[in-house]
Design a protein around this ligand. Structure first.
Ligand SMILES: Nc1nc2c(ncn2[C@@H]2O[C@H](COP(=O)(O)OP(=O)(O)OP(=O)(O)O)[C@@H](O)[C@H]2O)c(=O)[nH]1
Ligand SMILES: [Mg+2]
Length: 410
């Protein structure tokens, strides 16, 4: 008999601070993203709490008054989970879960949980487990003991309860075991990569949910999982792509996010090796997202962290079909015209013009808008790398426009 399955979303509230580093507008953007993360993890945000402070309270993150307000709300509305936008210290997390008497998570927790849910291969699972244990280690003491009755759900996947309560040494042993396991897989993967021969390697990079996998599917005739949730992709997919006789390898990998937990960057080292060893990066940007400039900055920072910021890069501004500038009323003297009101043409004249014509492209991966131009730019960039590497056989790959007759096998 078939049972109708209804997904039950956990009731969650989210909490963030307005500080000197982040004004109310910024905070709202962060909270939008946190709500999306919560939804991806299986929760529904029913309320947001914000507080203006100089710096977080070392014991309870928010101030006493705000905490009482949250506590009351949690009781009255049977809230399952309270999620904080910043990483909580072990002490804050412990105090808060005691006082609020429900699950208390932070951004890192949430991201780790999504990764845990989405890890498909044993390799990805090992990486996530390692990151979870590393996050857990300083937080071991009595963290979840009083939560016996609410096992399961967001933030509870992963290392089992018994392990959590045992001694740190066991966790440490587990961490070194997982590290060894990863090292073995890393070696195998390095061998696999070196077996790929002399093909030029191109990697899709970018913030999560910008359309990397969609683009991979569109260009590489492959079937990579695409979803309008965060972190749809965790494992790296590598495909051989041929544009006009010129073959190269294209990889699609995990998306980046701001405040990416350091534990994750570290344990996903090998997944990110694909990026590190690439000859060319296609940095995909969702230009329809109002925060895309900050996304670019986060991605660049992570590329810097993994020492891949000096590679030839094409900036691929995707989702132009969905781009909508805010309406600007010239007669309304109270609003200033800002980048929010820019058309794409105006954007092109900003810092984007400095990136260089050859290194920027504006497309829609779903509508295949400007796709021919996109293929041409990728072709030329790959060809350049080829010529540099094998100067003696550059005649093999003429300029894109020179072999118009042999239209690509699509
Ligand atoms: N409107 C519009 N939507 C797009 C476009 N490209 C991708 N999308 C949508 O954006 C969402 C995310 O696409 P993915 O390809 O999964 O994004 P990703 O960058 O691989 O995401 P992660 O793997 O989660 O990092 C999906 O709902 C896509 O259908 C586009 O050009 N225009
Ligand atoms: Mg993807």
């Amino acid at each position: 008999m078939l049972e109708k399955e209804t997904i039950k979303y956990e009731k969650a509230i989210i909490v963030g601070l307005i500080t000197q580093q982040q004004n109310e507008e910024k905070l709202n953007e962060y909270l939008d993203e946190l709500a999306f993360l919560t939804y991806t993890a299986g929760g529904e945000v029913i309320k947001r709490f914000t507080q203006k402070v100089d710096k977080p309270n070392p014991k309870t993150f928010v101030g006493t008054g705000k905490l009482e307000e949250i506590e009351l709300y949690v009781k009255e509305n049977a809230v399952d989970t309270v999620i904080f936008d910043d990483e909580l210290s072990p002490a804050q997390q412990k105090n808060l879960s005691k006082l609020l008497d429900c699950k208390v998570l932070d951004r890192t927790n949430l991201i780790l949980d999504i990764f845990a849910q989405r890890a498909q291969t044993s390799y990805a699972r090992t990486q996530v487990e390692l990151a979870q244990f590393q996050y857990l280690l300083p937080r071991l003491t009595g963290m979840w003991t009083h939560l016996e009755r609410q096992r399961g759900g967001i933030g509870m996947r992963g290392p089992g309860e018994t392990e959590i309560e045992t001694d740190r040494r066991i966790v440490r042993d587990r961490i070194s075991l997982l590290k060894e396991k990863l090292q073995t897989i890393d070696k195998q993967m390095a061998v696999q990569r070196s077996n790929r021969g002399a093909l030029v390697r191109v990697a899709l990079v970018g913030y999560t949910n910008v359309g990397k996998s969609t683009l991979m599917n569109a260009i590489g005739k492959s079937e990579v999982f695409v979803e309008n949730k965060l972190f749809a992709t965790l494992d790296t997919t590598v495909r051989k792509v041929v544009i006009k006789n010129l073959p190269f390898l294209l990889s699609d990998t995990v998306g980046f996010i701001r405040k990416l937990p350091t534990q994750l960057v570290e344990s996903f080292k090998s997944t990110l090796d694909e990026v590190r060893e690439a000859d060319l990066l296609l940095h995909v940007v969702d230009i329809s997202h109002h925060d895309f400039e900050e996304h670019i900055a986060s991605v660049n920072q992570i590329l810097k962290d993994i020492k891949s910021d000096d590679k030839p890069t094409i900036m691929v501004f995707n989702k132009i079909d969905a781009y909508k500038p805010e309406n600007f009323d010239a007669e309304d003297l109270t609003t200033e015209r800002t980048t929010k009101h820019y058309s794409i043409e105006e954007w092109k004249k900003t810092w984007m013009s400095k990136v260089g014509e050859n290194n920027t492209i504006f497309i829609s991966a779903t509508e295949k808008e400007n796709f021919e131009e996109f293929r041409q730019k990728v072709y030329e960039a790959v060809r350049q790398i080829h010529i540099m590497r094998f100067p003696y056989n550059n005649f093999l790959y003429p300029e894109y426009t020179e072999n118009e007759a042999e239209e690509n096998e699509e």
